[in-house]
Ligand binder design. Structure first.
Ligand code: NAP
Length: 311
């Protein structure tokens, strides 16, 4: 059953943006409701150590930080449901949000659904997903104790995954398609200087190789001349970026060609009363701290909008 009540605000998604929006709207006495997703907490649930969130001199684990953010927001009354939103309807006011086939209504929405990992799409990938190829080192790294693994990508995610995986693997080879890295200097150097990590540049995975036990290697191609070589590995971690989770909007909110929500006025989207914060809208910074900051901005914008338009 959906509920008959028209809520002030429904928050969709539960990373640092969602929980911060929840904290602020709860403290503003808006009695916010959050649909956190089946796997609440967002991408930071898949992160080992967060070292760049101010206030944690020793760093903090991603899941631990998400638990604390949730507890903090719940203390002020945020109502959290660990369920996925299937679709929304913004054609009528109040807005409708559909969850497990039930309708929930609210005057305002704050969308904080974040982004999810992109797969490479190389030949043989679908067959080896979960049989050696993963997009989450924190989740699957421990399966590769004393094995040789590869990590694909040249950003912070790839550096972080490669460094983390040295805890388990006998050797980690980082494969990048260029010789320029998007990763921050500190994270690049940590990986580059690690004795267990070898970096191979100008390589793309052309094809995955497998035997009866699962992944056995990959064919790598040099994008400059098309020459190929084989690398042996029993595990591979793809860390080539993320795509925003906006499919459930079904085109009702304006997005760019990659699916990121386009903000229109501060954090308000193309639909008045619908706000967005965090990685779902952010193509530039994509940090936990910036997502949390945007969650705060969206909550304040939402509170003002409700005051001016509803209450
Ligand atoms: P990213 O910075 O966008 O890097 C993606 C990498 O994957 C790039 O090196 C890119 O290569 C490569 N790539 C993309 N498509 C590819 C393809 N089809 N084949 C081969 N390589 C491909 O993504 P990210 O590393 O996930 O980081 C996203 C954001 O999160 C960044 O702002 C980052 O700072 C942040 N982050 C921060 C931390 C931290 O501070 N602890 C940890 C993780 C992520 P090109 O460079 O050639 O395009």
């Amino acid at each position: 059953m959906g509920d008959d009540e028209v809520h002030n605000v429904i928050i969709i998604g539960s990373g640092p943006a969602g929980y911060t929006a929840g904290l602020y709207t709860a403290r503003a006495m808006l009695e916010p409701v959050m649909f956190a997703g089946y796997m609440s907490g967002g991408q930071l649930m898949l992160t080992s150590d967060i070292e760049n969130f101010p206030g944690y001199p020793e760093g903090i684990g991603g899941p631990e930080m998400m638990m604390q953010l949730r507890e903090q927001a719940e203390r002020f009354g945020l109502q959290v449901h660990d369920k996925n939103v299937e679709r929304i309807d913004t054609s009528l006011k109040p807005f409708s949000v559909w969850v497990e086939g039930e309708e929930h209504r609210a005057h305002a929405l704050i969308i904080c659904t974040g982004a999810e990992a992109i797969w490479l799409g190389a030949e043989g990938e679908d067959e080896q997903k979960g049989r050696g190829i993963s997009t989450c080192a924190t989740c699957d790294g421990a399966f590769f104790r004393d094995e040789e693994i590869i990590v694909i990508g040249g950003g912070d995610s790839a550096m972080e995954e490669a460094t983390f995986l040295t805890r388990f693997a006998s050797k980690v080879t980082l494969i990048h398609r260029r010789d320029v890295f998007r990763a921050s200097k500190v994270m690049y150097e940590r990986a580059a200087n690690h004795p267990k990590i070898e970096i191979k540049t100008f390589r793309q995975v052309k094809k995955w190789l497998a035997d009866e036990k699962g992944l056995s290697g990959a064919v790598l191609e040099d994008p400059r001349d098309g020459s190929t070589e084989e690398i042996a590995c029993t595990g591979a971690f793809i860390a080539i970026g993320h795509t925003p989770i906006t499919g459930f909007l079904e085109g009702q909110i304006e997005t760019d060609e990659s699916g990121y929500i386009i903000p229109k006025e501060y954090t308000m989207t193309s639909v008045s009363g619908v706000f967005a914060a965090g990685d779902v809208v952010d193509t530039r910074y994509r940090q936990a701290i910036t997502a949390a900051g945007m969650g705060c901005q969206a909550a304040i914008d939402c509170e003002r909008w409700l005051e001016e338009n509803i209450h």
